[in-house]
Design a protein around this ligand. Structure first.
Ligand SMILES: CC(C)(COP(=O)(O)OP(=O)(O)OC[C@H]1O[C@@H](n2cnc3c(N)ncnc32)[C@H](O)[C@@H]1OP(=O)(O)O)[C@@H](O)C(=O)NCCC(=O)NCCS
Length: 226
């Protein structure tokens, strides 16, 4: 069975249930997962890719989803853009999610803290790899080419290509300080440790950056409205 990578974005929207499932399985403690399945399926992986605020790809082995990556070309602004476009729709979904599980309120407050910590920071505009994961049983799988890349490598290479195409000058990845495998992964792909960190999620984090060529152009695609 051969592996393949299927990119998603405004023209080829993802299956929100499928990406949400991968996200919940691989990154269960991330803000998006903690806000609940409804938030992922009805907001994050439905509205945001349709508007080009996030793009990404899913890796498959035959029919089996094996991993995913999600990136944005506007690390500091993509969630604010979503809130401006769909404020009431998002508020409704978040209220229903918190109503179903009040513990999600903490995730909401933490998400808000991260967003406000990223406001008005100035400096070089950045893209960001927001989520990355390959299911453990597929981590040694390679794409079918002579010396084909591992799925993780192919997923991240695709992200970089999409962001470079959109003239993003620099890409960041924020990794938990305790997540050694992912830190080794980014180091092995030529990313540099970045001393200036962005607010992370609860645990102490380590930031990696990759400088890309070119100048910035308008990045997001005008998209769906609520
Ligand atoms: C990030 C991820 C996609 C990378 O997958 P991968 O490239 O297939 O590789 P692995 O995770 O198996 O390992 C990456 C490297 O770290 C090494 N490594 C893994 N666990 C390790 C550990 N506990 N101690 C030391 N080295 C370790 C591996 O040997 C490998 O290095 P190598 O390629 O030079 O041999 C995968 O680890 C993953 O899905 N993790 C769970 C989700 C996650 O944490 N995502 C990142 C969120 S920021």
């Amino acid at each position: 069975m051969s592996a393949r990578i299927e990119p998603f974005g405004p023209r080829t929207p993802p299956d929100p249930a499928l990406v949400s499932q991968l996200h919940a399985q691989l990154l269960p403690d991330s803000p998006v997962a903690l806000l609940g399945r409804r938030f992922m399926e009805e907001v994050y992986y439905l509205l945001l890719p349709a508007a080009g605020l996030v793009t990404g790809a899913v890796a498959f082995l035959g029919d089996d989803p094996a991993g995913f990556v999600v990136e944005t070309d506007d690390a500091d602004g993509f969630m604010d853009s979503a809130l401006r476009r769909w404020r009431w729709r998002i508020a409704r979904v978040v209220c229903l999610s918190i109503g179903a599980s009040p513990a999600r309120l903490r995730a909401l407050l933490d998400a808000r803290r991260i967003m406000s910590g990223r406001e008005n920071r100035g400096g070089t505009p950045e893209g960001e790899i927001l989520s990355l994961g390959v299911l453990p049983q597929f981590r040694t799988t390679r794409l079918p080419a002579p010396d084909g890349p591992r799925l993780s490598e192919a997923l991240v290479a695709g992200s970089i290509e999409r962001l470079a195409h959109r003239k993003v000058p620099r890409v960041r990845a924020v990794v938990d300080g305790s997540n050694l495998a992912t830190q080794l992964f980014y180091r092995s792909q030529g990313w540099q440790l970045e001393p200036t960190t962005k607010p992370g999620w609860r645990a102490p984090t380590v930031d990696f950056v990759l400088e890309l060529q070119g100048s910035r152009a308008p990045l997001t695609t005008p998209g769906a409205s609520s």
